[in-house]
Design a protein around this ligand. Structure first.
Ligand SMILES: Cc1cc2nc3c(=O)[nH]c(=O)nc-3n(C[C@H](O)[C@H](O)[C@H](O)COP(=O)(O)OP(=O)(O)OC[C@H]3O[C@@H](n4cnc5c(N)ncnc54)[C@H](O)[C@@H]3O)c2cc1C
Length: 419
């Protein structure tokens, strides 16, 4: 259940193992593709085609039965999962072994106006919405006569200094900076970009030295950092910060952390205080024989940090998938269970403009070399030769030509026949 990094790679390993063992693999996912999330910022920024950052599941998993819809209920005693197709039709799926990996969702807080005015940055829909939205703000500002309105349209506030939020901000700031030359009417109107972070630093995962390099790069580009500051209100077309500052803006992006997908609880799995499935080192769900969980939705014991769970990253989900697939087979064959032993080898954060920070097997690199390593790493990781080729082609074209700045917000909303 769940066809993201965890589910896709589990199914892939099981397909390989199915050659030796008589296995039938069914994957339930709400779309027929996997989103390669590390590329979402580039899809938003327009350096990658949105279709090139997703991997279609059917051709990639030819021996898996894919069911597109939702798993909604679970009866562990009868070993059944209720599947609801997009048409609304419901079926009970029987299983011998169940692997649950529904991922995570944005973690919100009860801040007035937040859910109405902020957008997250976790899905392809959000990334493309934001791309179109920021380009639309340039159009609106160009046409606006009121100076305060213009300033609000050209103010972009991001809350949450994790790597996903910083990468999204950096790419969108690049997109707007590149697009501005086409708006001579906005020559003298500045754009304002702001990153609000509750702690005193950004992405602690890469270490203090690289984080401070990243902060210097962002500040050099005019991005305002508000560290040790929280968002307290998002009503009335403005955001209010804990410092008392009130910033009129039309773009608020919320990337202040994730929480386990509610489907974990819906499926009746035992959970920890953050709603993640409780599993042991073999990824078996506590007290539910035949049920496994992994990825962002599971509290997998982290071999590198005793007593803590693995961080929510794709590199962990991908490695956990291999262990789960082996253990599913071991349950049928009576073999020994494998345990999860992976330790993070590196972290990469793309800052746009051919710069990044990377920490790789104890080495810390920044600037252009880090950017090159980051791109090479992701190219090696995105599944499938055809996807790699398309991504490489997008990057190559991007080196020679200017960024594409078309705003396509009307896609998916066809005009009525009777306007
Ligand atoms: C912008 C961004 C950038 C990132 N960059 C990196 C990076 O550079 N490196 C890194 O290691 N990690 C990165 N991550 C984190 C990474 O994406 C996650 O850790 C990873 O996706 C977790 O894998 P998963 O299988 O648990 O969940 P997901 O990949 O989210 O997959 C879960 C799937 O299950 C589906 N699903 C949920 N509920 C149901 C249901 N009831 N029925 C059917 N289907 C369901 C979901 O829609 C989804 O398709 C990034 C994340 C984001 C948002």
């Amino acid at each position: 259940m769940g066809g993201g990094f965890g589910g896709f790679h589990t199914a892939r390993h099981l397909e390989k193992l199915a050659r030796e063992h008589d296995l039938e693999v069914t994957l339930v996912n709400d779309t027929n593709h996997l989103v390669y999330t590390p590329f979402l910022p580039e899809a938003a920024g327009g350096t990658l085609e949105p279709r090139h950052v997703v991997i279609p599941l059917r051709p990639s998993l030819p021996r898996t039965r894919l069911l597109v819809g939702h798993a909604t209920r679970h009866d562990p005693d009868r070993r059944r999962v209720r599947f609801v197709a997009d048409s609304g039709e419901e079926t009970d799926l029987e299983y011998d072994q169940l692997v649950v990996c529904p991922g995570s969702v944005s973690r919100t807080l009860p801040i007035p106006g937040l859910s109405e005015s902020a957008v997250g940055f976790k899905t392809l829909a959000e990334a493309i919405f934001l791309r179109n939205h920021v380009l639309k703000q340039l159009e609106l500002a160009d046409a606006a006569r009121d100076a305060d309105e213009r300033a609000a349209m050209l103010t972009f506030v991001f809350v949450g200094g994790g790597y996903a939020g910083v990468e999204a901000l950096a790419e969108l700031e690049d997109l707007v900076a590149d697009s501005r030359r086409h708006y001579p009417g906005l020559d003298k109107v500045p754009t304002r970009w702001m990153l609000v972070e509750a702690t005193e630093g950004i992405f602690p995962e890469v270490g203090a030295r690289l984080a401070s390099y990243a902060m210097r790069q962002l500040t050099k580009r005019g991005i305002e950092l508000r560290l040790g500051t929280t968002l307290t209100d998002a009503t009335g077309g403005a955001v209010t910060l804990s410092s008392g500052e009130v910033i009129p803006c039309r773009t608020l992006v919320w990337t202040a952390g994730v929480r386990s997908h509610p489907a974990v609880i819906q499926m009746g799995l035992p959970v920890d205080e953050r709603g993640r499935a409780r599993v042991d080192e073999a990824l078996a769900v506590k007290d539910l024989p035949g049920v496994w969980a992994l990825g962002d939705g599971a509290a997998v014991p982290d071999p590198a940090r005793p007593g803590l769970a693995c961080p929510p990253t794709s590199q962990h989900a991908v490695r956990q998938a291999k262990v789960v697939a082996a253990n599913v087979v071991a349950r049928f064959t009576g073999g020994r269970l494998d345990t999860f032993r992976y330790r993070t080898r590196g972290m990469f954060v793309d800052l746009g403009r051919n710069k990044a920070v990377a920490s790789l097997m104890g080495l810390h690199i920044s600037g252009f070399p880090a950017w090159f390593v980051t791109r090479t790493y992701h190219l090696s990781q995105i599944p499938g030769f055809r996807r790699k080729a398309r991504v490489a082609a997008d990057w190559t074209v991007g080196l020679a030509f200017q960024r594409d700045t078309a705003e396509l917000g009307s896609l998916g909303h066809p005009r009525s026949l009777d306007p």
